[in-house]
Design a protein around this ligand. Structure first.
Ligand code: SAH
Length: 356
């Protein structure tokens, strides 16, 4: 049974339908109540037991006493005037703050969620990792990021990308539980194919994920074409080599038949030369994949600069010349935030100043 961090009550929004049934039966209630509760939690996205009006007041009271209903508290919302992107800051029950993003695309609406409060991977260009890992997020907290945003927007979420703060494969069990519940029919019922999980490359976890045969998209943050360069940008490259990552990706494809995405953040003068493009094309030869180029978002704590737009285009053309499938990630919400994790960091610094 999953418990919350702040007390030892079962975390009801993170329960599988079977677990919910077991709980309800242990209360001496009828089995069908579990289905009603699951719908309240995941379809109607209830924020309190009071809303569950088709349950008896006795059962609602029992649930209130014996379980915890995890609901995030919105503390800030920024809306981009350029493209309608919205950035949300939510407070968790123990005071930690996390960020999530809503993005509108032609093909549908995407929510980008955080999987950890902070991160311990230490990527040099990333703001989310500067303060280290505060704690793991619960499956219920990840789900509520999506639910709250959907409620706020009033529109359907068609895609979920786990690309916010944190390393999702470093919070593996909660991640898998979240995906299972998110893609479960009586809940929000998002197709697994519309869920993307991005990782800096925790090789053993990629194998574990592959064996689950979920139909989600795996995105690998590659960012460099050889281990030496990658180690400069990403400390995790000291633990796993690019060769090991690519082998794990081939295995992932063999188990799931899902095309892999490789993310490549372009940093001026570091990984954006013609040679880098050629080497990248060669590295991914024979892997059914898609490359997503991201002009790096400069963060003030580091001196990395963004590759200019025409050089990004050249890099893309070069990859295409070698037959690779490439897109350039559109920059969204430029006016409301800078790089991933910066809004959360700024907010925490400000509230720290207020407290101190
Ligand atoms: N930990 C996971 C997911 C979170 S980051 C991972 O490493 O994949 C999501 C993506 O944004 C990753 O590809 C990450 O490397 C990239 N990223 C983080 N900070 C960035 C920045 N300042 N500029 C461009 N890309 C960045």
């Amino acid at each position: 049974m999953i418990e919350t961090y702040w007390n030892h009550l079962p975390d009801i929004r993170a329960m599988y339908p079977e677990e919910l049934e077991e709980l309800i039966l242990s209360f001496g209630e009828k089995k069908f109540r579990a289905k009603q509760i699951f719908e309240w939690l995941h379809k109607k996205k209830a924020a309190s037991f009071e809303e569950m009006t088709n349950l008896s007041s006795t059962l609602r009271e029992k649930l209130k006493q014996e379980t915890e209903l995890v609901t995030l508290k919105p503390v800030q919302e920024l809306i981009s005037r350029i493209d309608g992107t919205r950035k949300y800051l939510f407070e968790l029950s123990d005071g930690n703050v996390i960020e999530s993003v809503w993005m509108e695309y032609k093909h549908g609406n995407s929510v980008c969620i955080s999987s950890q409060a902070g991160c311990r991977m230490g990527c040099r260009f990333c703001a989310s990792t500067l303060g280290g890992l505060e704690r793991q997020m619960l499956a219920s907290e990840m789900l509520d990021e999506i639910y709250q945003i959907q409620k706020d927007s009033g529109e359907r979420v068609s895609n979920v990308v786990v690309m916010g703060t944190g390393e999702p494969l470093d919070n593996f069990d909660a991640l898998v539980r979240m995906i299972d519940i998110l893609t479960h029919a009586p809940g929000l019922d998002i197709s697994q194919r519309n869920v993307t999980v991005s990782t800096c490359g925790l090789v053993p976890k990629i194998y574990e994920l592959a064996d689950l045969k979920l139909q989600i998209t795996l995105a690998i943050s590659l960012h460099a074409v050889n281990d030496e360069k990658r180690r400069e940008l990403m400390p995790i490259a000291n633990t796993y080599s690019i060769e090991e990552i690519l082998k794990a990706c081939r295995y992932y494809y063999s188990q799931t038949n899902r095309r892999i995405t490789f993310e490549y953040s372009l940093v001026k003068g570091v990984n954006d030369s013609r040679e880098d493009a050629k080497a990248l094309a060669a590295l991914l030869e024979g892997i059914n994949c898609h490359i997503n180029l991201i002009p790096v978002n400069p963060i003030e704590e580091r001196s990395y600069r963004q590759t200019e737009a025409d050089a990004v285009l050249k890099f893309k053309n070069m990859l295409e010349k070698y037959g690779r499938n490439v897109t350039i990630r559109r920059e969204m919400g430029r006016d409301i935030q800078a790089a991933c994790g910066q809004l959360r960091k700024k907010y925490m610094e400000q509230s720290g100043e207020k407290e101190g």
